[in-house]
Structures are given as structure tokens and as C-alpha cells.
Design a protein around this ligand. Structure first.
Ligand SMILES: Nc1ncnc2c1ncn2[C@@H]1O[C@H](COP(=O)(O)OP(=O)(O)OP(=O)(O)O)[C@@H](O)[C@H]1O
Ligand SMILES: [Mg+2]
Length: 202
């Protein structure tokens, strides 16, 4: 089983949006997908509970003990995940995706987390790999420029920037990912996801 952790201790960085859409994307691609919500707020589980049965199935997972041998597991993590708990989670995962919003407060908070992540044994020993996704990034804004400046010296791949759009918000209200919406409405967003998929296949 391939396991992907979506993490950033900063609240509202886009973890649940990224996790649920990643699960939706993989399910649409015919993968056997599991979603494990580590957050007590259970936003991802709530999303899963209202997901229409007609859409590609995403299975719910509640503990590492149930971890199947086959398929892809997406882990949505809570704000504040770091330290020992982060270390424990990293033992279970192959890949970590860190969503980052380009605001001064988010960048400052994320820097400390990236430093901590790079010190973790699983990452240092190459057992788990980290990549970054810019969230709610609108090209040609000062914020996008600042994000690029912030990420330039960090030796981690920046997979893509996902724009701010109500497509994510509206899809979530219906238990859907953007990949479950009409392709003509989300073409730009789906295109922005391509590098994420390519990295996961590596
Ligand atoms: N690309 C986007 N376009 C528009 N809105 C977005 C986008 N990404 C995230 N959002 C919105 O930003 C808010 C925060 O996103 P989300 O809940 O995914 O963050 P989170 O990191 O899971 O938060 P928490 O730390 O509370 O778990 C939500 O209202 C979500 O709908
Ligand atoms: Mg969340």
C-alpha cells in the first residue's frame, strides 16, 4: 500500500482540501483508495460521509492496524501535528505533501515545520519523500512572488500551485472532489494537478 500524508501544522493551510481532492483524483483513476482522517474535527470524514454513492468509492480507514496491503492511503492530518506524533506518522508513510498558502503568517509558520520535517529520520534516510504544493495561489500576485522567493532556497520539489477557486468549495459541499465535477468547469484546475500525480507515480 502506498501511503501519502498531507501535513502542515498551520491551521487552514489546505490539508483537508488537498487530501479529499487527492483521494477523489485517485479514485477516479481506478485506484483502491483509503482515507484516514487524523483530525478530531473530522472534516474529511464528514466529506466522505456525504459523498454520493454513484461516485468512485473511497474507503474509510480508522487505524494503522486496518491498513490493507493493496491500494493508496491518503492521510489528512490536524493542525499542530509535529514532534513525536509527526515522527510516528512518518514511519507509516511513503510520501508527504505540504500545502502552503502564500501569506506572511503561513510562510513563517511553515518554515519551522519544513526544517523539522527535514530533520526527521524517515526523511533523512530516504524512506519518505516530501513535496510542496502552493494553495490558493493566484499567479501574478505579490503573494505568489513571495511564495516563490520563500521556496527557492528550500531543497524540496514544489509540485504545483493550485489557484483559489470556488470549484473546491462547491465540490466539498457535495462530498465531491473537483475531479467529480463537469470536466469543462474544472479544466484549469485539473491541469494544475497533473504534476502531483506524476510525482506520486515516481
Ligand atoms: N484552492 C482553493 N480555493 C478556494 N478555497 C480553498 C482552496 N483551498 C482551500 N480552500 C479553503 O480554505 C479553507 C481552509 O482549507 P482546509 O480546510 O482544506 O485547510 P486545513 O489545513 O485542512 O485546515 P485545518 O488546519 O483547520 O484542518 C477552507 O475553507 C477551504 O474551502
Ligand atoms: Mg483540515
Amino acid at each position: 500500500m502506498k501511503t501519502i500524508l498531507v501535513a502542515n501544522p498551520k491551521g487552514g493551510a489546505g490539508k483537508t482540501t488537498l487530501s479529499t481532492n487527492l483521494a477523489g483524483d485517485l479514485a477516479q483513476r481506478g485506484e483502491n483508495v483509503f482515507l484516514w482522517d487524523l483530525d478530531r474535527q473530522k472534516s474529511a470524514l464528514h466529506w466522505l460521509s456525504i459523498r454520493p454513492a454513484s461516485l468512485p468509492r473511497i474507503h474509510r480507514l480508522d487505524s494503522a492496524k486496518e491498513k490493507p496491503t493493496d491500494g493508496v492511503l491518503v492521510l489528512d492530518s490536524p493542525a499542530g501535528l509535529h514532534g513525536g506524533k509527526l515522527g510516528d506518522m512518518l514511519k507509516l508513510v511513503d510520501k508527504v505533501i505540504v500545502p502552503i498558502v502564500p501569506s506572511m503568517f503561513d510562510l513563517a509558520a511553515t518554515r519551522a515545520f519544513l526544517d523539522e520535517l527535514l530533520e526527521e529520520k524517515a526523511i533523512r534516510k530516504g524512506r519518505a519523500f516530501v513535496a510542496i504544493v502552493g494553495m490558493r495561489v493566484d499567479a501574478r500576485t505579490r503573494a505568489a512572488e513571495k511564495l516563490d522567493e520563500f521556496l527557492a532556497p528550500i531543497e524540496l520539489p514544489v509540485l504545483t500551485h493550485l489557484r483559489a477557486t470556488q470549484n473546491y468549495v462547491n465540490a466539498a459541499f457535495e462530498g465531491k472532489s473537483i475531479f467529480d465535477l463537469a470536466p469543462s468547469d474544472v479544466a484549469q484546475d485539473v491541469a494544475q494537478w497533473q504534476p502531483i500525480n506524476a510525482w506520486l507515480l515516481k
